[in-house]
Design a protein around this ligand. Structure first.
Ligand code: 7TS
Length: 401
């Protein structure tokens, strides 16, 4: 299969240069089949699900529910009703922070997060903690960007209610040992939420093997549309949580005296969902399965090693995040140049990267830096694109010295 040819946007020219898209941790580009699915849905299928008495509504409902099963299989969940469609990772985490917080968090309780979380896996917990009078404890990490597991073990007390960590850091690329993190938490009977925003499209995910209680991710970082994401939650724990939002679809019976809630997963899907986007997410999963997640992982691993070796030769380069287990995310600084200046000059040469704190300000504080330049790769990137990045960096380094 020719992977690149499936992504029309990759033929774009930027300021007369071929686009070199290396901002995949922010969002990936979409293959033609995902775009076709969206178009097909709005041209011939559009209707509201679960409620219409007519043909189109039945079709759309079937496809929506088929996609739930596809997601279930993709991450190896036990049941399809453990898959809740949300707007994205951020909403999935907010759902748990709100519902779990309401149900279980009390004054003096503790939530463990890591020092390398995206703000989306910090702020919802701070909000929930503030409401309950609870507080956060933080797992530190080494200069390389590896979590300090010895300290992690010492953070548990009788007040620990939840552990929330990412599978892969969006800034450092570190792949965290989530199986071990979960096993340790479970020894203390503490549930675990994994932020999988940066893992599902890069490495295999098996929620049953990991044993985690929640796993969250976004469609748009895995070749799917924006506006749709997933919350996986273990059946037993989801059943215990109160609803997040109230509205249509999430109820069984409503009277002014008492409302009873629908069963899983509908209890957590209030209102009309993004049906077309969910179907698009299904096509994105089809794309990844066709390439093969192991193939994706090995293509990207090769890109990571090739790019790291080439970039190492650039005078004054400093890598932020050098863990032994990494995905293809390369954060770096070029001499004393401000990351924003590097990013702007790279853009003029057609190379799209992200600069700044990447919504991980505590990581920047940990290293005492204002931000980084970040090149993040996807399965469609090539060695030639790495060469273009490297030659662009060689060209701009003297301008910023
Ligand atoms: N968690 C992690 C680890 C992330 O990398 C991101 C987005 C999110 C949560 C939030 O995902 P959303 O889809 O709900 O917005 N990370 C990035 C990034 O690195 N650059 O732009 C967005």
């Amino acid at each position: 299969m020719n992977i690149r040819s499936q992504f029309p946007i990759l033929n774009t020219q930027i300021y007369g240069h071929p686009l070199v898209y290396l901002d995949n941790a922010a969002t990936t580009q979409k293959p033609q089949r995902v775009i076709d699915t969206l178009q097909h849905y709005y041209l011939g299928l559009n209707s509201n699900i679960h409620r219409g008495a007519h043909y189109l509504a039945a079709q759309a409902t079937d496809l929506y529910e088929q996609t739930r099963r596809k997601v279930q299989q993709f991450i190896n969940a036990r049941h399809s009703h453990e898959i809740v469609f949300t707007r994205g990772t951020t909403e999935s985490i907010n759902l748990v922070a709100s519902s779990f917080g309401q149900r279980y968090l009390r004054e003096g309780d503790e939530i463990i997060v890591s020092g390398m979380e995206h703000h989306s896996n910090i702020v919802p917990w701070q909000l929930a903690a503030e409401r309950a009078g609870a507080h956060l404890l933080v797992i530190p990490f080494s200069d390389e960007g590896v979590l300090d597991m010895d300290t992690y073990r010492t953070l548990f007390t009788t007040k620990t209610r939840l552990v929330a960590v990412n599978h892969v850091s969006n800034t450092l690329g570190t792949v965290n040992p989530i199986d071990e993190i979960t096993a340790i938490a479970h020894e203390h009977n503490v549930p675990v939420l994994i932020d999988g925003a940066q893992s599902v499209s890069h490495i295999p995910v098996d929620v049953q093997r990991t044993g985690c209680d929640f796993y969250c991710f976004s469609g748009h970082k895995m070749y799917g549309p924006m506006g749709v994401g997933v919350l996986y939650g273990r059946e037993e724990i989801l059943n215990e949580l109160p609803p997040y939002q109230g509205g249509g679809e999430m109820i069984k019976d409503v009277t002014f005296e008492k409302t009873t809630y629908n069963e899983l997963p509908f209890k957590f899907e209030a209102g009309t969902p993004a049906v077309g986007d969910v179907l698009g997410l299904g096509s994105a999963i089809d794309f990844m399965l066709e390439v093969g997640i192991d193939t994706i992982a090995s293509i990207e691993d090769d890109l990571l090693h090739y790019a790291t070796e080439q970039m190492r030769q650039i005078e004054g380069i400093r890598f932020i995040g050098t863990a032994p287990r990494k995905t293809a995310v390369i954060s770096f600084l070029l001499g004393t140049a401000h990351p924003y200046d590097v990013g702007t000059l790279l853009d003029k040469l057609g190379v799209a990267v992200r600069t700044g704190h990447h919504c991980t300000q505590p990581i920047m504080d940990r290293y005492g830096i204002p931000g980084t330049v970040r090149a993040s790769f996807a399965v469609y990137n090539t060695h030639e694109e790495v060469d273009m990045l490297v030659s662009a960096l060689h060209r701009i380094a003297p301008m910023l010295a």
